[in-house]
Design a protein around this ligand. Structure first.
Ligand code: CDP
Length: 309
């Protein structure tokens, strides 16, 4: 590890990597890089290199984990063994388990999970090269992989960290600032400015904390713009229909089709279905997925055991 620098910011307000205190590192994005995933994104942010893949929505196995009224968003943050200076032991660690949990929760207010009861949406993020700020970089990549997978969302999620070095707040910490700085405050937020992830290492005064939130908000606004541009360059020629309008249009269309067929259009809900109309899903042992579910269940138990060691 490099030694602690004497100063992080020079007399002109410029940081060691040439940025101003409120400037984020350059970000490069490519959407749809994996053909077997439902959605994917490769993102470089400074020297961080992240791959995000989304699989689903698909039926969740084992079934005991299913949520009857909504989908389960299963987020995985993983660092490749070769992503850091000292090789990382493969497999989940306490750190990656914690980051996976809080990062998944950062998407809760935006993903319309109510559309997919009993399903799982797998969001997998792989850190290929780490250089401070990997959890925030992974969230930025994951939101685009989710959009690429066509998962209905109320908006995007962006994330960046604010820290403190030489007594000053700085946006988007680089490695020396992260290692030797006085604070590290990763934050994720929705486009409405709702904070969905907030963690903190180190110390900030209440005033600094308030100012740090403002700085993070400005950082996230810049990232939303970069994400929007990346989506536009991939999907810009596709007409965007707001969800509410789409639902109205879809229901009008289905009414038209049924009326054409001479059918009476009624609001069917579950109580109105007769026993014959309720089709039981296939038994678990018959389905191909059940093998996978056993494997998943075993893996989860294994992971739990490993973590406890
Ligand atoms: O990456 P992030 O800032 O979200 O998380 P961190 O725990 O604050 O880690 C900061 C940086 O330390 C990472 O980005 C990696 O570059 C490095 N790191 C490492 O070298 N080995 C680890 N086991 C964990 C992190």
């Amino acid at each position: 590890m490099s030694e602690k620098p004497e100063h992080f910011i020079d007399e002109n307000g410029i940081r060691l990597d040439g940025r101003r205190v409120d400037e984020i590192r350059p970000m490069k994005i490519e959407i749809g890089v994996l053909s077997r995933a439902d959605g994917s994104c490769y993102l470089e942010w400074g020297n961080n290199k992240i791959l995000a893949a989304v699989y689903g929505p698909r039926e969740l196995h084992p079934r005991r984990l299913q949520r009857p009224n909504e989908a389960f968003v299963r987020y995985r943050y993983n660092m490749a063994a070769f992503s850091v200076e000292d090789r990382i032991r493969p497999g989940p660690s306490r750190r990656s388990t914690e980051i996976s949990k809080v990062s998944g929760e950062a998407f809760e207010p935006v993903i319309m999970i109510q559309y997919y009861p009993g399903a799982v949406i797998d969001v997998m993020t792989e850190v290929l090269q780490a250089d401070a700020g990997t959890r925030t970089a992974a969230i930025n990549a994951a939101t685009l992989a989710l959009a690429d997978a066509g998962i209905p969302m109320k908006g995007l999620v962006a994330a960046c960290a604010v820290g403190k070095v030489d007594g000053q707040l700085v946006l988007d910490l680089n490695k020396p600032e992260d290692n030797y700085g006085d604070a590290d405050l990763p934050i994720a937020m929705t486009q409405d400015g709702e904070i969905t992830l907030l963690q903190m290492d180190g110390h900030l005064t209440p005033e600094e904390f308030k100012a740090a939130l403002e700085m993070a908000k400005k950082g996230c606004e810049q990232i939303f713009e970069i994400q929007r541009e990346a989506l536009m360059s991939r999907y810009g020629d596709i007409e965007v229909v707001p969800v509410a309008e789409k639902e109205e249009k879809d229901s009008e269309e289905s009414v038209d089709v049924l009326e054409e067929q001479g059918e009476k259009v009624e609001n069917l809900d579950e109580e109105e279905l007769t026993d014959e109309e309720i089709v039981e899903p296939e038994a678990e042992s018959d389905s191909e997925d059940s093998e996978e579910s056993t494997t998943n269940a075993e893996t989860e138990e294994d992971e739990g055991e490993k973590d406890e060691q």
